[in-house]
Design a protein around this ligand. Structure first.
Ligand SMILES: Cc1ncc(COP(=O)(O)O)c(C=O)c1O
Length: 398
């Protein structure tokens, strides 16, 4: 990366991640049969940008010291998280509420472990982040699907329908906000309705807010805790800097718990399993959650906004394809049902003809059947290339 570049230019630095043990680029041939020699990696949710210069400087400072021993006293880290939540999201939190996990996939599994038993039902609202159902199944719990309703070009909640799907054996609800894969940002009344639904049904409410920072102009993200503080006695909020700053490999996430009893239960589990935060992850995030980091994130959102406009304009020109207008995230949710093709036909054209590895919609559950999710967090030239490939792969429809 050229550190002398003005910030907006950093997002167009042509970084080649192939051969760097990047799961997004180096695992795609194995998973999608799309070689990184001529293919484009647009699946898993990490970006192709070098992280913010202030974060890179923190890693350089650590390397200059050269000692990577046990770390202690993460109060500065917790204060940085507190500052970020207040300045970026208007959310006041106590530093004592913040526990750390090895990323949020890990935090999701820990929540299941602490507050549910094998056989318990866990409510999700598909199409949604596939690891919710994977982890529920792998831990021997039961997935209870309460699908979102498609209304025009967005998703809405149908809590009456959701209520009818519950059997009374449910113990937990996973809520994704902003929503992956649709990029939907929920309103305060919607958030309160979900919290009331959890309360009515005696469910622990796990709000996964990992995508909260990459929100487009004119849209306001509201944390669940800020929207529904009356329900803190059942609320766990999961946050991380990993998507925002492209540092997912550091495996550091936050489990934010205002309720003393719930926090003690999670802390006990973390202590038993001997989980401590990654020292380097903590240093990187402390540097990230700063005015310099905030400036870099604002520039990233500008860049992503240009990418989504370019991508959506192309998709809208291909008959039968539609891209859900994104309110947040760099994940474009594309519906191919208007093509009249089968999913396999669409998948073959995208992988074999366009040579693009995109996330398969069916993996996100009901509602994802005829969709693919394209990760747009890359250099503008790569998005342009993807647009041309998709145009060519579906040329017969135009
Ligand atoms: C909604 C959501 N939660 C959690 C994760 C995983 O987070 P981590 O990389 O911290 O395990 C992702 C990654 O894509 C995600 O989209």
């Amino acid at each position: 990366m050229n550190q002398n570049n003005p910030i907006p230019e950093l997002f167009n630095d042509p970084i080649d991640r192939r051969g760097t043990h990047s799961s997004k680029w180096d695992k795609m041939e194995q998973l999608f049969d799309v070689s990184s020699d001529d293919g484009l990696a647009m699946w898993t949710a990490d970006s192709d940008f070098a992280t913010a210069p202030c974060v890179i400087q923190a890693v350089r400072d650590a390397a200059d010291l050269g000692v990577f021993g046990y770390s202690w006293d993460h109060q500065e880290y917790r204060e940085a998280v507190q500052w970020w939540m207040k300045t970026r999201h208007g959310w006041e939190i106590d530093t004592n509420w913040i526990l750390t996990s090895q990323g949020l996939g890990n935090a999701i599994a820990l929540c299941l472990d602490v507050w549910t038993e094998p056989g318990d039902g866990v409510v999700i609202f598909p199409p949604v982040y596939h690891e919710f159902s994977n982890k529920i199944e792998k831990t021997g719990r039961k997935v209870v699907e309460c699908p979102l309703k498609r209304e025009g070009d967005t998703y809405v909640l149908d809590l009456e329908e959701a209520q009818s799907r519950l059997s009374g054996d449910e113990k937990m609800l996973f809520w994704c906000s902003p929503q992956n894969p649709s990029g939907r940002v929920w309103t305060a009344p919607e958030l309160r309705a979900v919290a009331e639904f959890a309360h009515r049904n005696g469910l622990m409410l796990i709000a996964d807010e990992i995508h909260h920072d990459l929100v487009y102009a004119g849209i306001r993200f509201i944390p669940m805790d800020a929207a529904a503080p009356a329900f803190r006695d059942r609320l766990i909020t999961l946050t991380a800097a990993s998507k925002t700053f492209n540092i997912a490999g550091q495996r550091t996430g936050n489990i934010i718990i205002p309720d003393d009893g719930l926090r003690a239960a999670m802390m006990h589990r973390l202590n038993t399993l001997d989980y401590g935060p990654s020292a380097l992850g903590v240093q990187m995030i402390t540097a990230a959650y700063s005015p310099e980091g905030a400036e870099w994130v604002d520039a990233q959102i500008e860049h992503l906004n240009g990418n989504r406009q370019l991508f959506d304009a192309t998709i809208s020109e291909i008959p039968g394809l539609s891209s859900m207008p994104l309110q947040a995230t760099y994940l474009a949710w594309v519906d191919f049902s208007g093509t009249g093709m089968t999913y396999d036909e669409v998948d073959t054209r995208v992988r074999r003809n366009a040579r693009i590895a995109a996330s398969p919609g069916p993996g996100f559950g009901p509602g994802g059947e005829m969709h693919l999710r394209f990760n747009l967090a890359t250099q503008r030239a790569r998005v342009q290339d993807a647009c041309e490939r998709l145009r060519a792969a579906f040329a017969d429809l135009q």
